[in-house]
Design a protein around this ligand. Structure first.
Ligand code: SAM
Length: 228
């Protein structure tokens, strides 16, 4: 369809206009596969973010918007929210900010595009989030396939008596060579999350998914319980 062709040509143009945001490997892959969204809803993150930015993905297939709906359903998002591993174009953070009435979003990722700018209540931190990062009064920590930062998000949220929701991915990549099995890695994250939620008297670990949006992996999140 001509309309589809035009939409995807805009993706190719976007890549050409923003080459400085990507590694040469990413550029090569994206140029060769810029129209991957026609064939799958589970394109790599760098392409998914561009599809979202150019409004190519319909809402019913947009896993980032699905994730924000899950956040809205389970928490009051009108608070200080921290996103870790937002990627080159942090679209989850953008959609959270759009949905907030009050509060703020701070997103961490050294890869965040230089073209993007801070705005009122929306702070881009082009740095690695680590154990010493001061998250102020953040009440909600989120990660969308944040790879090796998953463990850190769970620990920092619980340490700060905050809630967390994480869309898991296939694993922590190179940092987790010991976990040759993806499910083994995810199970270790569930174990850690349950332990931290219990230790910090926050509540229980819940699980859902975004399969209807084409995301094959689970989403884990904290559920608050009133401890006596
Ligand atoms: C698979 S990408 C996901 C990007 C985005 N959330 C998405 O799904 O479109 C994982 C991202 O996590 C970032 N990341 C990993 N560890 C991090 C840390 N400690 N602090 C900030 N970003 C981190 C990487 O730079 C990468 O951009």
């Amino acid at each position: 369809m001509q309309q589809d062709k035009d939409k995807y040509l805009k993706v190719k143009q976007y890549i050409m206009d923003h080459m400085e945001d990507y590694t040469s490997r990413e550029i090569q892959y994206m140029i060769e596969n810029y129209d991957q969204g026609k064939r799958t809803r589970f394109a790599p993150d760098v392409l998914r973010q561009i599809y979202d930015t150019l409004d190519i993905t319909p809402d019913k297939d947009n896993m980032y918007k699905g994730f924000v709906e899950l956040l809205k359903k389970n928490y009051d998002i009108n608070c200080d929210v921290v996103e870790i591993g937002g990627g080159v174009i942090p679209v989850v953070a953008k959609h959270i900010r759009e949905a907030q009435v009050t509060g703020s979003v701070t997103v961490y990722d050294p890869k965040i595009s230089r073209v993007l700018q801070n705005s009122d209540g929306y702070t881009l931190k082009r740095e690695m989030f680590n154990d010493r990062t001061d998250t102020g009064n953040a009440k909600l920590f989120v990660g969308f396939m944040p790879c090796q930062a998953t463990e850190l998000i769970i620990r920092k949220a619980c340490e700060n008596n905050a809630d967390f929701m994480i869309a898991l991915c296939e694993g922590g990549h190179c940092e987790y060579d010991d976990y040759f099995d993806e499910e083994e890695w995810r199970e270790s994250m569930r174990y850690l999350a349950r332990r931290e939620l219990d230790k910090n008297k926050i509540g229980t670990l819940e699980e859902t998914d975004l399969k209807s949006f084409g995301d094959p992996y689970p989403v884990i999140y904290s559920k608050r319980r009133n401890f006596k």
